[in-house]
Design a protein around this ligand. Structure first.
Ligand code: NAD
Length: 475
């Protein structure tokens, strides 16, 4: 016999209301609530099945349900930012607490939602054609440890706004906060529109569960945010993948730059969350004529300069030699405070030091590697063309992010063309490229090798055309 529970009544009421508003065909039967895990699953098969069932009903409910679901995620990110940011900081043990909190707030405020989905229309003697953005279905996402919940939340806003559902394999070192966020989002969405599991997450993620998502027939599209290994794995997948891969953003400073602004911007960008951002300033190429003046300007804004011996001491700890004979960044130092790095260099720096920096030559490992810690190497270049050439070399063709400080529009234009990057920022910190102090919208997934750029709801849609022949042009 059918058990009439509160949940069942709520589901039916929401569904009827959804149809009355959207005028759409009846949705399939209510999803089974797979236990009370609010979206956390042990197996990829179960996660995909639950997300698939919810997505079918979600798609039939129309735009208002999407707006409501997205607003639930925004509200939680903004109102619970302090608690969730603290939990992410305590779990991942990388970055800065204030930026963990801020990243959640800006993800809630600045990630584009349903309003981004605009219809294109073509009209003429032959009638009208409409092009609209339809969902794919279930999108598989992989999230990094550097911003576990902000990436999941930003992806979820984009992906639900476009009518899809999610199956997420989070980074194992940020799984607890990713699951907590997922549960809060699903519970709030359930209360708002009667659907659970629009975000399904693997509670014990492994490389195998990531691969199972890549291979699953029920997953229509992938969005992968991470370093070189996962970017390569996703690019090999036969499924379409949106890949937000690694970067090594260079900064060029020429003789026309406002040096104080350049110094403040480099510090703000490279110190943000202890240089965990993939867009963060990782190495500077400054022309010789202003090099010393720029170095002095840095020390006026809570950056501590290291000398050659001190840089050598830090380098010894910051890199380890792998079995492949290559240098690798020491994970223990990733995202640690500048004062901690200073200590490894043998320097007693104040606890509130934003950044440590110093002069190196171009062959230094700190130039070549994406260090993700608040030490930035500065390399002296003979002139701006030499600086741009070095920037291009050490960006490694990731086509990710580059920054210039210059008042010469010809130089700015030349570097922009030369670098061919996804984000190009002039005369500000790197975050300006994501709308933080610059114009534009935000995402923590910047699709680089696959070319979608800063992701939006449109990134996760199929374009469908409807043509009415001979009528509906009313002018
Ligand atoms: P990471 O590559 O160690 O991990 C990222 C995710 O990929 C994790 O969930 C991890 O479990 C998974 N993973 C790793 N290897 C895998 C494989 N072979 N198969 C399947 N899954 C695999 O990266 P991280 O340390 O978490 O994050 C930092 C890196 O991510 C940096 O390189 C940074 O530039 C990049 N990143 C890029 C963007 C962007 O928008 N382009 C945003 C954030 C971070």
């Amino acid at each position: 016999m059918l058990q009439v529970t509160d949940d069942l009544i709520r589901n039916v009421v929401q569904e009827v209301l959804g149809h009355m508003k959207s005028g759409s065909a009846p949705a399939p039967a209510p999803a089974k609530n797979a236990g009370n895990t609010w979206g956390v699953f042990d197996s990829v098969d179960d996660a995909v099945a639950a997300a698939t069932e919810s997505q079918r009903r979600f798609e039939a409910m129309g735009l208002d349900a999407r707006r409501k679901a997205v607003n639930c995620i925004r509200k939680i990110c903004i109102e619970k930012a302090e608690m969730l940011g603290l939990e992410e900081f305590e779990e991942t043990k990388v970055g800065k607490l204030k930026h963990k909190v801020e990243k959640l707030i800006v993800a809630g405020e600045k990630t584009p939602g349903v309003e981004f989905l605009t219809t294109r229309a073509f009209t003429g003697e032959n009638g009208i054609a409409l092009e609209e953005n339809a969902p794919f279905g279930v999108v598989g996402i992989i999230t990094p440890v550097t911003h576990s919940l902000p990436t999941l939340a930003g992806n979820a806003i984009n992906i639900l706004a476009s009518g899809n559902a999610i199956v997420c394999n989070p980074h194992p070192s940020g799984v607890r906060i990713a699951c907590k966020g997922t549960q809060l989002f699903n519970e709030a969405i359930y209360k708002a529109i009667g659907l659970n599991n629009l975000i399904a997450i693997i509670g014990k993620p492994t490389l195998e569960s990531a691969q199972a998502i890549f291979d699953h027939r029920g997953v229509r599209l992938l969005c992968v945010t991470g370093g070189p290994a996962v970017a390569r794995a996703a690019l090999k997948s036969p499924k379409r993948a949106i890949v937000a891969g690694p970067g090594n953003p260079p900064v060029v400073v020429d003789e026309t730059a406002d040096l104080d602004n350049a110094a403040r911007s480099i510090i703000a960008g490279a110190a943000y969350d202890n240089n965990l951002l993939c867009i963060g300033e990782k190495e500077v190429f400054a022309v010789a004529s202003i090099f010393d003046e720029l170095m002095d300007a840095m020390t006026k804004h809570k950056a501590v300069r290291l000398n050659t011996e001190q840089i050598a001491a830090l380098t010894k700890v910051a890199f380890t030699k792998g079995e492949d004979g290559k240098l690798h960044v020491n994970k223990d130092l990733i995202g640690q405070d500048a004062a901690v790095l200073a200590k490894h260099a043998g320097v007693n720096a104040p606890a509130d030091t934003e950044l440590v920096f110093g002069e190196t030559d171009e062959s230094h490992p700190f130039v070549d590697h994406e260090q993700m810690m608040p030490f930035v190497p500065f390399v002296r270049a003979a002139n701006v063309d030499a600086a741009i050439a070095l920037a291009k070399k050490y960006e490694h063709g990731f086509k990710h992010t580059a920054i210039i400080h210059s008042r010469n529009v010809d130089t700015i234009t030349r570097m922009g063309r030369e670098m061919d990057v996804t984000l190009y920022i002039q005369n500000g910190p790197s975050m300006a490229g994501l709308g933080l102090g610059g114009e534009g919208y935000l995402s923590f997934s910047i699709a680089t090798p696959t070319g979608e750029g800063v992701t939006t709801p449109l990134t996760f849609t199929r374009v469908r055309r409807s043509s009415t022949v001979g009528s509906m042009r009313v002018i």
